[in-house]
Design a protein around this ligand. Sequence first.
Ligand code: ZN
Length: 102
Amino acid sequence: MASKKQICAACGFTGLGSPQRSSSGGASHEICPSCGFEPGYTDDDQDISPEQWGTEWRASGSKWFSKSIPAPRKKSAPKAAVEKSVRPTKKVRARSVKKRNR
Ligand SMILES: [Zn+2]
């Protein structure tokens, strides 16, 4: 049981620290860092179901909610940025070598 992933019922985020609802129905009040859903508050006090919250969250662009917990990295972007920053440095070095030879 302890190693089981805790999934957010609203957005499907799998990194929660504890189950949103215990087997007896108690809410964890752990705010999902992905969508901001808080079991026991969003659903009980605000009367918004996880399904409804998740639908509205996706409709508004699926923005990462938490400011203290970083969003999981996307794979494609960082590599291209590194390659671009390396190439100009090599060109500059090559030019300065040619000037010295003259
Ligand atoms: Zn969530």
